[in-house]
Design a protein around this ligand. Structure first.
Ligand code: PLP
Length: 271
């Protein structure tokens, strides 16, 4: 398989993400996940958040030129076998990321189309989300939206994407935006099971199910799933294998989530 840069003694994975001071989501979740899956994690910081179990108190974007410099530092020397993007707060940052990914030939890219925190705070502005759809999705090996993110990308209402059939159709429609595979997650849908739908350019559909656990300590699930999938792609696994492993990793992390703080506690990232 194609490897960016020189051959590496260990699978390398790059997180391009925002910092969560609370340690449950964002680049902290990504790096913990990479380590647990025995890959070498690097990280390009796109934003700082002051955040805890109660919510996001403050957000500040990193200048796009500094994001570009971090990308160059990592990719021109260490290289990477896969990358994942999380919080990309401005359109300039999205453009810097797309440019570096293209220039360095990173072909195993997982895009987690982050928009708002579960607590409701916007993490990404509308222009950035539009830029992600238009210039980053066509570069993605896998995109991992939840239902609200999928609806925002497609410009449809959430009540139009409720049943499993509707979710499969929405996932197929997202393939039209250019990614090679789409994992539409079922965490925001109803039901005792959380069923994620994977569709790929090969035409097949796969479903990944896990019981819905009765806990509110699910902070960081989206970041963790995309990070685990990227670690698997770095190992050379297919998108389907990567999604299966990532789903199991997140289910275990939710089952062991720790009720730290007074609000929604973080996952326990352990393989
Ligand atoms: N903080 C950062 C930096 C994130 O990237 C994300 C999600 O991607 C969140 C917070 C939100 O996490 P959650 O919605 O799981 O609370």
């Amino acid at each position: 398989p194609h490897r960016q840069g020189r051959p590496s003694p260990v699978p390398r994975v790059l997180a391009i993400a925002g910092s969560d001071s609370g340690g449950g989501a964002g680049l902290q979740a990504d790096l913990k996940t990479f380590q647990e899956l025995e890959t070498y994690g690097t990280c390009v910081v796109t934003a700082l958040t002051a955040q805890n179990s109660l919510g996001v108190q403050r957000v500040s974007a990193v200048p796009a030129t500094l994001v570009a410099d971090q990308l160059e530092s990592v990719l021109a020397d260490i290289g990477t076998d896969a990358a994942k993007t999380g919080m990309l707060p401005t359109a300039d940052i999205v453009a810097a990321v797309a440019s570096a990914i293209r220039r360095h030939g990173v072909d195993r890219l997982v895009v987690d189309p982050v928009r708002t925190a579960t607590a409701g705070t916007a993490l990404v502005n509308d222009e950035a989300f539009g830029a992600l759809r238009d210039i980053l999705l066509p570069l993605a090996a896998l995109v991992t939206p939840n239902v609200p993110e999928a609806c925002a990308l497609l410009g449809v209402r959430e009540d139009e994407v409720r049943t499993l059939d509707e979710r499969e159709s929405a996932a197929r429609a997202l393939l039209g935006l250019g990614p090679r595979a789409v994992l539409l997650k079922g965490g925001h849908a109803a039901g005792d099971e959380c069923v994620d739908v994977l569709v790929g350019a090969d035409g097949g559909t796969r479903f990944f199910a896990a019981p819905r656990l009765p806990t509110r300590h699910t902070h960081g699930t989206g970041c963790t799933l995309a990070a685990a999938a990227a670690a698997c792609l770095a190992r050379g696994h297919s998108a389907a294998e990567a999604c299966g492993t990532a789903k199991a990793f997140v289910a275990a992390a939710i089952a062991r989530a720790v009720p730290l703080g007074r609000g929604a506690g973080p996952l326990w990232h352990a393989a």
